[in-house]
Write a protein that binds this ligand. Structure first.
Ligand SMILES: Cc1cc2nc3c(=O)[nH]c(=O)nc-3n(C[C@H](O)[C@H](O)[C@H](O)COP(=O)(O)OP(=O)(O)OC[C@H]3O[C@@H](n4cnc5c(N)ncnc54)[C@H](O)[C@@H]3O)c2cc1C
Length: 377
C-alpha cells in the first residue's frame, strides 16, 4: 500500500485552496477528485460574489472567514491577474417596514470589522441605480465579483508548483482510521488503497458520505445534510444595473437578488427549495414567482425578460422550516478533538460564502491539520 502525507478529498474551490496552503507549507499533497475536472459542482454553480461579511452571526466561522477571505481574495486576484471587480452592493428596502433590516446588517457586520456600510436615502439610491425602486438602501462598497474558474485554476497552479498532485476520476469510496494513519479506498480509474497521515474531507455535497465511509468516524459527529437548490434566471437584454442589488424581505419569501458577472450579464437568484439528491434540473415554472419578486424593486421588468439560467445546490446543515437568514447555520470544520481521529479534518456545510472565504478556510485548515488529538498518546 502506498503512503502519503496529505490527501485532500474534493477539488472544488475549498479543496484547492486547502491543497495550495498545505503544499506551500511543505506538505506532500494529493488531491482526490471524483469527477473528470476540477470545480464542476458548487464551485461552478454560484453567484461568484465576493461577499462583504454582513449576513452572519457575530463570532461565527462564516463571518470571520468571510471577512478574512475577502481581503485575501482581493489581494490574490490583484497579484495573480484573476478577473474580479469591486462593484459594490445595494441592499434595498422596498417598504418602510423593511428599513430596520438595513440597520440589522450594520449590526451584524460590525463585530467582524465591516465598518464601511452606509445608509442612503431613496434619492441617492436612485442616482446610483436609476431603474431600482426603493425607500432606502444600504451601500456595501467592499462587495465584488470574481471569476471563480480563473481562481480555481490559479489555486491549482500554485498547489502543483509546490508539488501537489491532482488525481481526477478518483472518488474516495471507503476508509479506515488506524493507529498508523487513515487508509482510504479510492475507486473507479485506480482501484487502490492509500495510507495518509492527514485527510482533509472537502467533498462539499459529498462530505457527509465521505465521513460516513470512514470506519471509526463517530456517526453522531456527522451533521445532517440538506440539499437546498437555488435557481438563477438571466436577463435577456443588457443589464440596467451597475451594482449588485439585494432586496430585503420577509423570511422565507423569494428575494431574487441581482448579480452581475464580469461580462456584464445580469442574473436573478438564487431562490431556495429542497432536493433529495444532487439534481441540477432547472424548473422553468418558477418564472412567474421570480417576476413578481423582481418587480418589487425593478418595476420595468418585462414578461419576456427572463430566461432560464442554471441551478446550484447549497450543502445546508439546517433543513426545511429553518430560517432563510444566513445567520441560521455556521460552517463546521472538525478535527480530532471533535471526532477523535488523528489527522482527519472534515468540512461540512460550506455553503455561501465559501467561495469568498476559500483562502481563509485554507489557512485555517493548514493551522489545525498538523494538530494531534490531545486525548491520545
Ligand atoms: C446557489 C449558490 C450560490 C452561491 N453563491 C456564492 C457567492 O456568491 N459567493 C460565495 O462566496 N459563495 C457562494 N456560494 C458558496 C460557494 O459556491 C461554496 O461554498 C463553494 O463553492 C464550496 O466549495 P467546495 O470546494 O466546498 O465544494 P464543491 O465545489 O462542491 O467541491 C467539492 C468537490 O468534491 C468532489 N467530491 C465529492 N465527493 C467525492 C468523493 N467521494 N471523492 C472525491 N471527490 C469527491 C466533488 O466532485 C467536487 O468537485 C454559493 C453556493 C450556492 C449553491
Amino acid at each position: 500500500m502506498d503512503s502519503i502525507d496529505c490527501a485532500v478529498v474534493g477539488a472544488g474551490v475549498v479543496g484547492l485552496a486547502i491543497a495550495r496552503e498545505l503544499a506551500m507549507a511543505g506538505r506532500e499533497v494529493v488531491i482526490l477528485e471524483a469527477e473528470g475536472a476540477i470545480g464542476t459542482h458548487t464551485s461552478a454553480r454560484n453567484s461568484e460574489v465576493i461577499h462583504a461579511g454582513i449576513s452572519y452571526a457575530p463570532g461565527s466561522l462564516r463571518g470571520r472567514l468571510c471577512v478574512a477571505g475577502k481581503a485575501a481574495l482581493y489581494a490574490y486576484c490583484e497579484a495573480r491577474g484573476i478577473g474580479h471587480r469591486r462593484i459594490g452592493k445595494l441592499i434595498v428596502a422596498t417598504e418602510e417596514s423593511e428599513l430596520p433590516e438595513l440597520d440589522r446588517y450594520i449590526a451584524l457586520g460590525a463585530p467582524h470589522g465591516v465598518t464601511d456600510l452606509r445608509l442612503i436615502d431613496a434619492a441617492e439610491a436612485h442616482a446610483m441605480e436609476p431603474e431600482v425602486r426603493c425607500v432606502g438602501a444600504l451601500h456595501s462598497p467592499s462587495t465584488g465579483i470574481v471569476d471563480s474558474h480563473g481562481l480555481m485554476l490559479a489555486l491549482l497552479g500554485d498547489a502543483e508548483r509546490h508539488g501537489a498532485t491532482l488525481a481526477l476520476r478518483t472518488p474516495v469510496v471507503a476508509g479506515e482510521a488506524r493507529a498508523d494513519g487513515i487508509v482510504l479506498q479510492v475507486g473507479a480509474a485506480i482501484d487502490a488503497r492509500v495510507r495518509c497521515r492527514t485527510v482533509i474531507n472537502a467533498a462539499g455535497l459529498g462530505a457527509q458520505r465521505v465521513a460516513r465511509a470512514i470506519a471509526g468516524m463517530p456517526a453522531e459527529a456527522i451533521p445532517p445534510l440538506h440539499l437546498a437548490v437555488g435557481h438563477y434566471f438571466t436577463l435577456a437584454r443588457k443589464s440596467p444595473f451597475n451594482h449588485l442589488v439585494y432586496p430585503t424581505g420577509r423570511d422565507g419569501a423569494l428575494r431574487a437578488h441581482v448579480t452581475l458577472d464580469l461580462d456584464g450579464q445580469c442574473k436573478f437568484g438564487p431562490d431556495r427549495d429542497w432536493r433529495d439528491g444532487v439534481d441540477y434540473r432547472f424548473d422553468a415554472a418558477r418564472a412567474p414567482a421570480f417576476r413578481a419578486a423582481i418587480r418589487r424593486y425593478y418595476p420595468a421588468l418585462r414578461d419576456d425578460d427572463l430566461q432560464p439560467g442554471y441551478t446550484g445546490i447549497r450543502p445546508r446543515l439546517a433543513g426545511p422550516g429553518s430560517s432563510m437568514h444566513n445567520t441560521a447555520t455556521d460552517f463546521v470544520i472538525q478535527d480530532a478533538p471533535t471526532h477523535g481521529i488523528d489527522g482527519l479534518v472534515n468540512l461540512f456545510g460550506i455553503e455561501s460564502p465559501g467561495l469568498t472565504a476559500s483562502l481563509a478556510i485554507g489557512a485555517h485548515v493548514r493551522e489545525i491539520a498538523g494538530q494531534r488529538n490531545p486525548t491520545r498518546a
